[in-house]
Design a protein. Structure first.
Length: 254
């Protein structure tokens, strides 16, 4: 499979996908207005949940927990880069495996975090905490074109995760030289890291994944077993990087 044909996926040739019924604009708008009432209620409930989240207690963590970054070992406190808050995404890593075998879900989530100034303007640093050694995972960061700070936590996972797995978001608060964990989440909540699913949910065919409640015959090409983030054996965005001439060499054997 060449990089130029990375996006070959879709309906069987010659088979037209079904479409919604066609109606006049006033009828369409009336039904849309009914849906908007539900959407507004959903938004307000999200606001209420966020307000409750801000009222949670917090737990102190060791500010000296060591991580490895671009310039070598650093303490967790230094990852804040002087800001008051830190959002960390814990990126799963398969040590010794090539780029195509790395976690497609983590690649999907992490790869959508691109523009950080808005977070910085709210006194928030974003960083990725990789499960794997920096030598390998740092090369993956370069291959994927990620711009956020990147650290290996392979030697400090027990202290940071406290029994949890990877593929999660953790929020921290700094008070002087003390660090506190204020919130964490995983699973579908990590969709908050990007806009892709939110945009697809607005389209007539949605995410085209098998879990969706779509009308009969609607295209649903993607199973929810990790396949939804891969094309032809690789995490989907890797094909675009290869087409641009980026090297996926991580210093490991294929």
């Amino acid at each position: 499979m060449s990089a130029e044909s990375w996006n070959e996926r879709g309906p069987v040739a010659g088979r037209a996908a079904p479409m919604p019924d066609v109606t006049d604009r006033s009828t369409w708008q009336a039904q849309l207005d009914e849906l908007l009432v539900r959407e507004k209620a959903h938004t307000r409930e999200g606001d209420a949940i966020a307000a409750a989240r801000r009222r949670l207690p917090m737990v102190e963590v060791d500010a000296t927990i060591p991580l490895t970054g671009e310039r070598g070992p650093v303490a967790l406190l230094q990852v804040f880069e002087g800001r008051r808050q830190l959002i960390a995404y814990f990126h799963m890593w398969h040590t010794g495996k090539p780029a195509e075998d790395q976690c497609s879900g983590c690649t999907f989530c992490n790869g959508q975090v691109r523009h950080l100034p808005y977070l910085h303007s709210r006194d928030v640093t974003f960083a990725t905490f990789s499960e794997g050694p920096y030598e390998e995972s740092g090369r993956y960061r370069d291959f994927m074109g990620y711009e956020m700070p990147w650290y290996s936590v392979s030697d400090s996972a027990d202290a940071l995760l406290a029994g949890r797995g990877y593929g999660l978001i953790v929020c921290y608060l700094r008070d002087g030289d003390r660090v506190f964990e204020t919130y964490w989440t995983t699973g579908r909540a990590t969709e908050a890291m990007g806009s892709v699913y939110g945009l697809l949910d607005m389209t007539v065919y949605g995410r085209q994944e098998t879990f969706e409640q779509s009308p009969p015959g609607w295209p649903q090409f993607w199973r929810n077993n990790g396949e939804q983030w891969r094309i032809n054996g690789r995490p989907t965005p890797q094909w675009e990087r290869l087409a641009a001439g980026r090297s996926d060499e991580l210093g490991v054997s294929s």
